[in-house]
Design a protein around this ligand. Structure first.
Ligand SMILES: C[S@@+](CC[C@H](N)C(=O)[O-])C[C@H]1O[C@@H](n2cnc3c(N)ncnc32)[C@H](O)[C@@H]1O
Length: 192
């Protein structure tokens, strides 16, 4: 997953392709039935900390959030508390099948090709999920936020440092990063 994380982010040459997607779907389809065992109050606290200290109070531009790599939807309701409309996207049919209906809209799709128009998202939220920098750039409005959370910090299989995240984004950002327990997060606002 570490190698794939870097490939997807454009930090390694090979990139994301059909074969990579097939391999990733196979892994997560298999993990889906037991994914609920990875939920814990400590992990939820990392996400809540990113929202509370990274985002502050609910702001005007909190209409549409895209939750990429949403898995079985452990964090979808927390996101829906913050945003008027949440689209939760996952490429694994089994993950989507194990997720609850609502409060977010849930779709089976590839985060590398999000089913939404250009510049339509106020936030892209990636919790232990791959970062597709050019797709984030396509969908995120100026002023919108990228929220990047690694529940187990550097030990998270899908982990990138804030420096790496900022380096691969093809647009300028400002924001903050922090730690919460074992987890790490950054909230980056698009400035141009
Ligand atoms: C490590 S899990 C994290 C799930 C959830 N965010 C959590 O923290 O519980 C990564 C998720 O990303 C999904 N995923 C992997 N590649 C994806 C892609 N290209 N598009 C959408 N989802 C993807 C996997 O199917 C899996 O559900």
């Amino acid at each position: 997953m570490r190698i794939m994380t870097r490939r997807v982010a454009g930090l390694d040459a090979v990139g994301w392709n059909r074969q990579a997607r097939t391999e990733v779907v196979e892994v997560f389809d298999t993990l889906a039935p037991e994914w609920h065992t990875r939920s814990s109050p400590q992990r939820t606290a990392v996400v809540l900390d990113a929202f509370e200290r990274g985002l502050g109070g609910k702001t005007d531009n909190s209409h549409l959030a895209i939750e990429v790599g949403s898995g079985i939807g452990i964090y979808s309701a927390l996101i829906a508390d913050r945003y008027d409309c949440v689209l939760s996207v996952d490429v694994s049919a089994e993950m989507v099948r194990h997720a609850p209906a609502g409060p977010s809209y849930r779709v089976l799709a590839d985060s590398g090709l999000l089913p939404i128009p250009d510049r339509s998202a106020d936030a892209v939220i990636a919790i232990n999920a791959f970062l597709f920098p050019h797709e984030v750039s396509r969908v995120l409005v100026v002023g919108g936020k990228l929220i990047w959370v690694n529940s187990s910090g550097e030990e998270t299989p899908i982990h990138l440092s804030t420096e790496d995240v900022v380096a691969v984004l093809p647009f300028p950002v400002e924001g903050r990063e922090s730690r919460a327990g074992a987890g790490t997060w950054c909230v980056l606002r698009r400035t141009g």
